[in-house]
Design a protein around this ligand. Structure first.
Ligand SMILES: Nc1ncnc2c1ncn2[C@@H]1O[C@H](COP(=O)(O)OP(=O)(O)OP(=O)(O)O)[C@@H](O)[C@H]1O
Length: 256
């Protein structure tokens, strides 16, 4: 079953066509990677899926419903969560508080209503707390739960950023270069978390990643963008053998 359908998406910034007539589908439960050389349009595509950018042409549907014009917070409410390439956490708040904030789209009782219906708000708070504790256990960040994010090393910050998205218990998790800037050990940990998220939580994952070894190891499907155009898609094996893909990556050592 298709979870997400991207149909004929184009996106222009003035004269620059960041995306040009791109179509693909993402099946429920798969790890789907978007790859391509620098400036190929990968982040722009992710922004169209999360609702940060509105495509100039084309449509996107999620679980069969058109979401092309839907605001990002509404998409988040449907179960589309995003971890950013440049970490978007509140650095003065603790890891726990950042993860609790990640639950906001699931909170029914607002601040004001909380005052009127104290019992209900308290029950809801306990539920959210439990969900966040699960994420903390899962990402093995128990030791740093009460530390302000600003004081953490880069690799841990990236892990908390993924945790913030995961706290929403997303159906579709969008990960924009979750391993960028990490050392080999941190990368390995993150790769394991992505596989576990997928297997244990059942989330469908869209991954942007430059490390081709990681992409080929983790992905069920891969789509390749080059200058805003989709030049190949399929299994990791199919994509590696695609002549157009090989040509686009020619001269780049990272492609195997
Ligand atoms: N907000 C914007 N305003 C103007 N141009 C933009 C904007 N966002 C992206 N672009 C342009 O669109 C093209 C695609 O950029 P995008 O960031 O989506 O590529 P990318 O594949 O994610 O690149 P990278 O691997 O370097 O992160 C580039 O030419 C970029 O300069």
């Amino acid at each position: 079953m298709n979870l997400l359908e991207v149909r004929n998406i184009s996106l222009a910034f003035g004269g620059v066509k960041a995306l040009n007539d791109v179509s693909f589908t993402i099946r429920k439960g798969e790890i789907f990677s978007l790859i391509g050389p620098n400036g190929a349009g990968k982040t722009s595509m992710l922004n169209c899926i999360s609702g940060l950018y509105r495509p100039t042409e084309g449509s996107i549907s999620f679980e069969g419903a058109d979401i092309t014009g839907m605001k990002p917070f509404k998409r988040a409410g449907l179960g589309i969560a995003r971890a950013f390439q440049n970490i978007e956490l509140f650095s003065h708040l603790t890891v726990l508080d950042n993860l609790m904030l990640g639950r906001h789209t699931k909170m029914k009782t607002g601040v004001l209503a909380g005052g009127f219906y104290w019992g209900r708000a308290q029950k809801e708070e306990i539920e959210h707390r439990k969900a966040v504790e699960r994420v903390i256990d899962f990402l093995e960040i128990e030791d740093i739960r009460n530390i302000p994010v600003g004081r953490l090393a880069y690799g841990l910050k990236k892990r908390v950023e993924v945790g913030r998205a995961l706290a929403m218990e997303p159906k579709l998790l969008l990960l924009d270069e979750p391993m960028a800037g990490m050392n080999a050990e941190e990368k390995e940990d993150m790769a394991r978390f992505i596989l576990d998220i997928h297997e244990e939580m059942g989330s469908t994952v869209v991954l942007i990643e430059h490390d081709m070894g990681v992409v080929m190891d983790l992905s069920d499907s891969v789509a390749v963008l080059d200058f805003g155009k989709l030049i190949g898609k399929g299994t990791p094996q199919e994509v590696q053998e695609n002549p157009d893909v090989i040509k686009a990556y020619l001269g780049e050592e990272q492609f195997i």
